[in-house]
Design a protein around this ligand. Structure first.
Ligand SMILES: Cc1cc2nc3c(=O)[nH]c(=O)nc-3n(C[C@H](O)[C@H](O)[C@H](O)COP(=O)(O)OP(=O)(O)OC[C@H]3O[C@@H](n4cnc5c(N)ncnc54)[C@H](O)[C@@H]3O)c2cc1C
Length: 281
């Protein structure tokens, strides 16, 4: 459909963007536009103004801080992220959808949308990421479990801007794997599993396990983690995925809860097996 008239604003800095967002009622952030523009065309959103942040230098790029933290500007595209070789976020970005979406879509947009099927929320949760949010009143830094609040909901309030995502350094003994099931090349994920294992002398000393696309927000699996910690790294670790038979899963137009639960178990089993293979290589 043809869009109704709306203002297009292009701030030069994060601070200016935040001022515009708070001064102009009904304004929203435009990042890669890969979701927002489709929402406008379908009349699912009616903002008065778009505050385009994707050219702001201070919001783009990836750097490693002195303590090894990976600092990713919120408007960094998947294509730029894919160039950071050897990190799980780069692997995820490189495999995302197609070239057009990778060239325009941003990691900040992916997180701020918090579509349950999106790739990054469960991965960033498993990596212990922190989210930097700027507003006119100042800055807040939130861990993933306080940032992702539910389907299409995050802690970013109207007038605020996600500026960066910080990922603590990954120790050499950590392996991170992810698996998902989607129907069709550029369709929604029906179930996604992300596993992070820290391994010393063939034994799991720490585990962070999340599902995506099963509930509104990334779902942590503490029971699975408890089974994994202290266990020897062997293919039998994958059997822990069996506990998913008892968890609830969303029932929607894409598939039944029973199918989603079974597919989540399959993805978790695969992710665990991949982690075992990687850590015994
Ligand atoms: C054909 C197709 C297939 C896709 N498949 C997948 C897929 O398999 N997996 C996947 O993860 N994604 C998929 N996507 C979605 C894509 O990843 C989007 O890029 C992403 O969801 C939104 O990022 P964006 O930069 O385009 O944000 P936009 O569309 O510009 O914005 C999305 C929302 O986030 C808000 N926002 C954006 N940046 C900020 C910020 N810095 N601070 C505050 N609010 C902000 C906007 O106001 C808006 O509400 C697909 C998209 C398309 C078109």
């Amino acid at each position: 459909m043809i869009l109704p008239p709306l203002q297009y604003l292009r701030p030069a800095s994060p601070a200016e963007a935040v001022t515009m967002l708070s001064d102009v009622a009904g304004s929203v952030v435009l990042a890669g536009g890969q979701t927002l523009l489709n929402m406008l065309k379908l009349d699912l959103a009616q903002p008065s103004a778009l505050v385009d942040v994707h050219r702001i230098d201070g919001l783009r790029g990836v750097r490693t801080a002195d303590d090894g933290t990976l600092v990713i500007g919120a408007a960094t595209t998947y294509a730029s992220l894919a160039a950071v070789h050897g990190h799980p976020v780069a692997d995820m970005a490189a495999g995302l959808v197609d070239r057009q979406v990778r060239n325009r879509g941003t990691i900040g947009g992916n997180c701020c949308l918090n579509d349950p099927t999106n790739n990054f929320p469960p991965l960033l949760s498993a990596l212990g990421a922190r989210f930097r949010i700027l507003g006119v009143a100042g800055e807040r830094v939130l861990p993933a479990d306080e940032f992702f609040l539910g389907t299409l909901a995050t802690a970013v309030r109207p007038g605020e801007l996600l500026t960066a995502i910080e990922i603590p350094p990954l120790p050499d003994n950590a392996v991170v794997t992810h698996e998902h099931l989607q129907v069709g090349a550029d369709s929604w994920a029906l179930a996604r599993a992300v596993v992070r294992l820290d391994v010393v002398d063939g034994v799991v000393i720490d585990a962070r396990v999340f599902l995506g696309a099963v509930y509104g927000s990334p779902l942590r699996l503490p029971e699975v983690e408890r089974h994994l910690v202290g266990a020897a790294v062997a293919p039998s670790l994958a059997d822990v995925a069996g506990v998913l038979r008892d968890v609830d899963a969303a029932d929607d137009v894409h598939c039944s809860a029973a199918y989603r639960r079974e597919m989540a178990e399959v993805q978790l089993r695969r992710a665990l097996l991949a982690a075992v293979q990687r850590s015994t290589r």
